[in-house]
Design a protein around this ligand. Structure first.
Ligand code: PLP
Ligand code: SF4
Length: 347
């Protein structure tokens, strides 16, 4: 039974709604940590935290699970999604809104922090729940994502002709149905000063089924009006080591969409030069350029993922020596109130 998921148009001959493959995959994603551990033969090896699970529940699509190594309690994909006790530590300096989003909100769901571009929170939904997410405490219910709220964002954008790029974010904008995505695109298209549309999405990595024919048609239509950029989010080469992901990225590449990646530097997941270099190489092999490597935002519950700045700078320095220049991401930190992402070293 599929609940809570938007359904596509109904077919002509039957009143039964048609649910896309990706919508079915999202509806049947794993939400129970004990089921996840059982599937990986790890039930007796690791424990998960019920309290952390209640705060931000586990969500893992089957495709992503398929890329985890059974029997490995330190699998870098598993560690990104499993709720554990360490999340319950209260540490000073770790906040619920570490990047100052609430101050940058200029209309419901619209963040205007930087010159020339603005970020629209299109939905609260994601296809995976990453434990280090800086939006894990975000008060989504106050700050959009309803259709009527786009209107106030659109009104603001209408009055700001210096904004040339809109970033669709969330949550994950590709959890919206194609119809809603296209509807939003059409509204933005009426603002002649908007030249570029950028999607920040983890779906090509975590739910590659999403990149289906319907979406590609929708993106092709948007591309007639906008330059399209898709910024994916992968943290480890193992996330790219699957034919469904490679197929999805190849389809986007064939559609002539600029593909970039952002990663988060995460302790015990990708905090060494070899892993970071492998990620850059794996991305480029799939037509994706490394864009940002973010140091962790200090969000409550994520302190155990933090990597010291000196180490981050050391990894970047060694990457620079090993890789072609275009494979080295920019190492940045988000500083509340700053005019851009800040290259390290920063406060
Ligand atoms: C990160 C971010 C952007 C995009 O910044 P770029 O450096 O252009 O990638 C835009 N708006 C907000 C609110 C952001 O957090
Ligand atoms: S996909 Fe992105 S927004 Fe969603 S939980 Fe993961 S990091 Fe956060």
């Amino acid at each position: 039974m599929i609940t809570g998921i938007a359904v596509k148009n109904q077919t002509k001959n039957t009143s039964k709604p048609v649910v896309s493959t990706w919508q079915a995959a999202l509806a049947t994603a794993i939400r129970d940590p004990s089921v996840l551990l059982e599937r990986l033969n790890l039930k007796n090896n690791i424990s998960f935290s019920d309290i952390a699970q209640r705060q931000f529940r586990l969500l893992v699509p089957e495709s992503y699970l398929q890329r985890m190594r059974p029997g490995d309690p330190n699998d870098p994909l598993l560690r990104q999604v499993l709720p554990i006790n360490a999340e319950m530590q209260i540490l000073t300096g770790y906040q619920s809104d570490p990047v100052g989003d609430s101050h940058a909100t200029v209309a419901l769901g619209l963040l205007h922090k930087y010159q020339g571009r603005a970020l629209l929170l299109t939905t609260a939904a994601c296809a995976i729940h990453c434990r280090y997410c800086f939006r894990r405490h975000f008060p989504y219910s106050d700050s959009n994502p309803l259709r009527e709220n786009w209107q106030s964002a659109l009104n603001y954008l209408k009055q700001h002709s210096d904004i040339h790029e809109i970033i669709l974010s969330g949550g994950d904008p590709l959890t919206l149905s194609d119809a809603r995505l296209y509807e939003l695109g059409k509204k933005l298209a009426s603002l002649t000063h908007i030249q570029r549309l950028r999607l920040h999405t983890r779906l090509p990595i975590v739910l590659p089924e999403r990149i289906d024919e319907n979406l590609l048609t929708c993106l092709a239509k948007l591309k007639q009006r906008f330059q399209l950029i898709i910024v994916i989010h992968a943290n480890h080469a193992q996330e790219l080591a699957a034919t469904d992901v490679q197929h999805a990225l190849n389809q986007l590449h064939q559609a002539n969409i600029t593909l970039l990646n952002q990663s988060v530097l995460l302790r015990s997941i990708n905090d060494n030069t070899d892993t970071l270099c492998q990620l850059s190489e794996a991305l480029f092999a799939q037509h994706v350029l490394p864009y940002y490597l973010h140091v962790l935002d200090k969000v409550q519950g994520a302190a155990h993922f933090a990597v010291p700045d000196e180490l981050a700078l050391f990894y970047l320095d060694t990457m620079r020596k090993r890789l072609s220049g275009y494979l080295v991401p920019k190492l940045v930190r988000e500083v509340a109130g700053a005019a851009s992402k800040c290259p390290l070293p920063t406060i």
